[in-house]
Design a protein around this ligand. Structure first.
Ligand code: SF4
Ligand code: SF4
Length: 357
């Protein structure tokens, strides 16, 4: 791993991708319900591979591969296989690594990807194994390193540092600032878990939102599914590559109180929340809220973000269990894992005070 560390700018934090095995699951295709950006240097290879591949934008601007309308997949996907795989653009080469530029470049994993193993890493202690090894992520790490080399990384970090200094000054004057590290330790040792007032959590798109905006997840045997707020619960929709009329698999009640978790599931939830606390993206999300609001302190914002995240995870775990006809009263670790997978990308998609890709 030390040789891989050498590919990255000094100070890059790789600890959240180490010790977590990854293996892309054949037949999944979840990450291809997207419109990946195409760099100018990638365009000739892509055109050679697929001359009539539909694009969005202009070559001088932010060019993207189009997705099929009505919630369909990227136009290069065919029966869950990428037809331009050797020429796929860099966002596809980097996935499932999420990169955040805040006070430093930090890499973490999109835990919604079913190829990322959660076993053993989000246990009771929430500690990642003490290893510098990565397993199965070598190509993706090289792609991230290459993106960082072609990005004005230092300038973006400097710009964010200046904005953060201004935010620290103003929120300190208002008594709303706290240093991250002690706060992170504090919250990690006494994790804010979802409370009855956090249910039902808000933020799942309603019936008038385009299908492209729905949170998606991969369900074994059913493919790519999406969640939408219906009249009496969450609707689960089955997506198809071609887009268009989606199949509604059912509408399931959303718990209005915290579901009961068994011990293993509680350990997994704690581990997930600790993983969030270690992500710079989590803190830069909180800094953005601190800037936009006038009343709450950073501590209050961080606590409520963790509680909301926990509420989303357990609600989605319950809905996925109901989808399988297992509406059990007590949620176990397998259901909780499915809740994490159905939620994590939503959090990463939220705008950050820094830069993310
Ligand atoms: S979401 Fe993960 S497992 Fe699924 S196709 Fe993408 S990389 Fe592979
Ligand atoms: S270019 Fe290929 S890998 Fe990328 S989103 Fe489209 S189908 Fe998926």
């Amino acid at each position: 791993m030390s040789s891989i560390q050498g590919l990255f700018p000094p100070g890059t934090d790789l600890s959240l991708v180490q010790g977590i095995p990854f293996r892309c699951r054949p037949g999944c295709g979840l990450c291809c319900y997207a419109t990946p950006g195409v760099g100018p240097e990638e365009l000739p290879g892509l055109i050679k591979a697929a001359p009539s591949l539909p694009m969005l934008g202009a070559p001088s601007d932010h060019l993207r591969i189009r997705s099929r309308p009505g919630g369909g997949a990227c136009c290069a996907l065919s029966t869950t296989r990428c037809t331009v795989y050797p020429s796929r653009p860099s966002p596809c080469r980097r996935f499932p690594i999420h990169t955040h530029l805040g006070v430093r470049p930090q890499l973490s994993l999109v835990l919604s990807c079913p190829g990322v193993s959660l076993t053993g890493i989000l246990g009771k202690a929430g500690d990642l194994p003490r290893t510098e090894e990565t397993e199965g992520l070598e190509t993706e790490l090289s792609a991230v390193a290459s993106t960082l080399r072609s990005t004005p990384t230092e300038a973006l970090l400097r710009r964010t540092a200046h904005r953060l200094e201004a935010l620290i000054r103003s929120s300190s004057r208002q008594g709303r600032w706290e240093e991250r590290e002690p706060l992170q330790r504090d919250l990690g040792s006494s994790l804010p878990l979802p409370q009855p007032g956090d249910f039902p959590p808000s933020g799942v798109p309603g019936m008038d939102e385009p299908l492209e905006n729905l949170p998606l997840f991969f369900e074994e045997g059913k493919g790519v599914l999406g969640l939408r707020q219906g009249n009496s619960g969450y609707q689960v929709l089955q997506f198809s590559e071609e887009g268009g009329e989606e199949d509604r698999l059912g509408e399931f009640p959303v718990p209005t109180y915290p579901p009961v978790l068994d011990e293993e599931a509680r350990g997994l939830l704690n581990g997930y929340l600790r993983y969030l606390l270690r992500r710079d993206q989590f803190w830069f999300l909180a800094y953005g809220t601190l800037r936009d609001e006038r009343d709450r302190t950073l501590r209050e914002i961080a606590v409520s973000t963790l509680r909301q995240a926990g509420a989303h995870v357990v609600v989605r775990a319950k809905v996925r269990a109901s989808l399988k006809g297992r509406a059990q009263e007590i949620l176990g670790a397998p259901a909780l894992e499915e809740g994490i997978r159905a939620f994590d990308a939503d959090l990463l998609d939220q705008p950050t005070f820094g830069t993310a890709f």
